[in-house]
Design a binder for this molecule. Structure first.
Ligand SMILES: [Mn+2]
Length: 321
């Protein structure tokens, strides 16, 4: 019998698996990838009797592979907070799925384990940008504010490690980072003493400092647009940079465009936090665009559509006259 642990390569997926394996130590094959690599189950081969655990990737996006594994005789345990669509009924499928806006997968695992490794779930909730949930979950731990800040930084750094265009952009392959984390039951020891964490934190700070040094490429009454160069640091930090801009300037919309090696751009749009609307429509008006009302993106904007994007961004976010 083989165990296979499948997890999203961000803070939430990694801390979800870590809590489970602290509770149930076992050798397992790891399947993971970039944060945006969510079709992970198609990479899994399992035989009858094998046990597959899936964490923090949408069931809807993995449905076919899931059904294939179940039909092949594997048992699957599934924890997630993304849209699942119809959840298949199967005697060998056990699901812990909750799409409430204030939970993440690590909090679902925490619920399953009755809070045994709560501090890791708190870090993960911070990493998934669920600050209120993280603080609420931390209440029974009675942590000092300084310790909460450490868990926040831990979550943000683990989350940061998952962003890039390819695995080469990352400081650590998420499976490698998980193996390093898995030696620590206590997140505070990991933060205080693990060299890999020090590396990750330095990388995060350096990348964010580079981004903070940029001037907007275009500014309008309603928004600002930044261009990031074709560099590994840009690809690691662009999404987090866009979130930070949105938090720092809640009345403005933001567009962060990262140049790709082929000359096109990857685009992140954040609507004003004050009025989170229109990001999805703007991005969907271009090929490869999509997302939610408040936060959306375009996977590949050809460079000859750059001016058109700037014009539509201005029209979408004119600001107050
Ligand atoms: Mn998540």
């Amino acid at each position: 019998m083989k165990r296979i642990d499948v997890f999203n390569g961000d803070a939430d997926g990694l801390c979800a698996l870590h809590q489970l394996r602290l509770a149930e130590p076992a050798e397992a094959e790891l399947v993971t990838g970039l944060k945006r690599d969510i079709a992970l189950l198609e990479r899994v081969t399992a035989a009858a009797g094998d046990a597959v655990t899936v964490l923090d990737v949408s069931l809807d996006k993995n449905r076919e592979a899931l059904l294939r594994l179940l039909e092949g005789g594997a048992a699957v345990r599934y924890f997630d907070h993304h849209f699942p669509g119809d959840i298949p009924q199967h005697p060998r499928l056990e699901t812990f799925i909750d799409t409430a806006a204030d939970v993440c997968t690590s909090l679902l695992v925490d619920r399953h384990l009755n809070g045994r490794f709560r501090s890791w779930a708190v870090a993960a909730a911070f990493g998934d940008n669920l600050h209120a949930s993280a603080r609420r979950a931390a209440e029974p731990l009675a942590l000092a504010e300084r310790e909460l800040e450490q868990l926040r930084e831990l979550g943000e750094c683990l989350n940061y490690n998952g962003y890039g265009e390819s695995l080469d952009d990352l400081h650590f392959h998420p499976a490698e980072l998980y193996r390093i984390v898995s030696a620590y039951a206590d997140p505070f020891s990991f933060v205080a003493g693990e060299p890999a964490f020090a590396m990750l934190r330095n990388g995060y700070r350096e990348d964010m400092a580079r981004a903070a040094g940029l001037r907007p490429e275009a500014e309008t009454a309603g928004g600002a647009i930044y261009l990031l160069p074709d560099a590994q640091w840009s690809r690691r930090v662009s999404g987090i940079f866009a979130n930070d801009l949105a938090t720092a300037h809640p009345h403005r919309a933001h567009g962060v465009l990262t140049r790709r090696s082929d000359g096109s751009y990857t685009v992140s749009v954040r609507a004003p936090l004050d009025n989170p609307a229109g990001a999805d429509e703007l991005c969907r008006s271009f090929p490869t665009g999509g997302g939610r009302k408040g936060a959306a993106g375009i996977n590949r904007l050809p460079s000859d559509l750059l001016d058109e994007f700037l014009a539509r961004f201005r029209a979408a976010y004119p600001g107050k006259a």
